[in-house]
Design a protein around this ligand. Structure first.
Ligand code: TRP
Length: 344
């Protein structure tokens, strides 16, 4: 169909929130026009840390529903969950034999996630980037939209593709281009602007969930923490569209709301500050509520409708997996042929 193919994945770890929407899912929607898009719920990645079996299925459906509710078209493009397409796990094994231990030892996300209990981390967590490379290369995807935190994993996928091509003397796998998202990928807690918005924060008022309807969105913004000062002006900006870190650190909750508003309206933070300079937060919150309810309210309603109809979501995943298999199986076979596996 096209030589430009997008692949990306989201882990089904539960409580999808505004940070996941603005940081990833929203960016997937716009790519549908220019690319053939494959969006995957990466359940095999999720189990690199223990997942409650009774919850994994529901969380997988939640991500799929969020894709659909955000406006991804599962008929024109592909939405599926990773474990349904065995080529991912099979190709990941082959890549376990291509990637070097030294490469994986450099992965900062493994170091962060394993922390001081390195010996106790699952082996799956260690080889997680190899599975991610398999996800991408099973479709020979050319473009991969990810947040800043996944850049190093993408470089590893490039290294695997290059080493494979080199070791087997074949121009087999393409070189992957990252599409790194910009503004407002860091959405902070509505209660504490120094902490990231998180699925595991005990206070539901700390985050806007993708399942929140218009009333909940409005209530959470009303309750969001701010400070008594009016909004700063564009003089708070330094180079490259960034806020002066010292000013941001002094008013983290205030700037977080400004970032969220800018992301939801597709404007720069500088433009938002120029418009609202000197206004009280009460007035700004009203505008933010209008915008947030306008974007997130209908999505929350659609999420609730989809979550109540798991049969529909499952059908989208089933059909998506069938079509994904049609692409990934021949790539896996060809890889096996290149490596010399006997298929009598
Ligand atoms: N590791 C990614 C994350 O946590 C998810 C992911 C898995 C992914 N496989 C992928 C992203 C392939 C892009 C392409 O965000």
């Amino acid at each position: 169909m096209t030589s430009k193919r997008v692949f990306s994945g989201v882990q089904p770890t539960g409580n999808l929130h505004l940070g996941n929407y603005l940081g990833a899912i929203r960016n997937f929607v716009g790519l549908q026009r220019d690319f053939e898009c494959i969006y995957c719920v990466v359940d095999l990645h999720a189990v690199t840390v223990w997942q409650e079996p009774a919850k994994l299925a529901a969380q997988t459906r939640e991500v799929a529903a969020a894709f659909i509710a955000a406006g991804i078209d599962g008929e024109k493009h592909i939405i599926f969950n990773q474990s349904q397409v065995s080529a991912h796990a099979e190709l990941a094994w082959l890549f376990n034999c291509v990637a070097r231990v030294g490469w994986l030892n450099r992965m900062t996300q493994f170091k962060e996630k394993a922390g001081s209990h390195r010996e106790n981390a699952s082996v799956g967590l260690y080889v997680y980037p190899n599975l991610m490379a398999a996800d991408i290369l099973a479709y020979k995807a050319t473009h991969v939209p990810v947040g800043e935190d996944q850049k190093q994993h993408l470089e590893l996928a490039r290294d695997i593709a290059l080493k494979f091509n080199h070791d087997y003397g074949a121009e087999f796998f393409p070189v992957v281009e990252p599409l790194i998202f910009g503004e407002a990928t860091r959405v902070m807690s509505l209660r504490d602007g120094t902490k990231k918005m998180s699925k595991s924060d005990p206070s539901d008022y700390s985050r806007i969930n993708v399942t929140d309807g218009p009333d909940e969105v409005a209530l959470k913004i009303r309750r969001a923490k701010t400070d008594p000062e009016p909004l700063p002006g564009p003089d708070a900006m330094v180079a490259d569209g960034k806020v002066d870190p010292a000013r941001e650190a002094a008013r983290p909750e205030a700037f977080n709301l400004v970032h969220i508003y800018a992301a939801l309206t597709d404007r720069t933070v500088g433009a938002v500050l120029a418009e609202f300079e000197g206004q009280p937060f009460s007035a700004f919150k009203e505008r933010l509520t209008e915008v947030a309810v306008g974007v997130l309210g209908p999505m929350g309603n659609e999420m609730q409708r989809l979550m109540a109809d798991p049969g529909h979501v499952d059908a989208v995943l089933r059909k998506g997996a069938e079509r994904a298999r049609e692409i990934a199986s021949p790539v896996l076979r060809a890889t096996q042929d290149v490596m010399g596996f006997l298929r009598p």
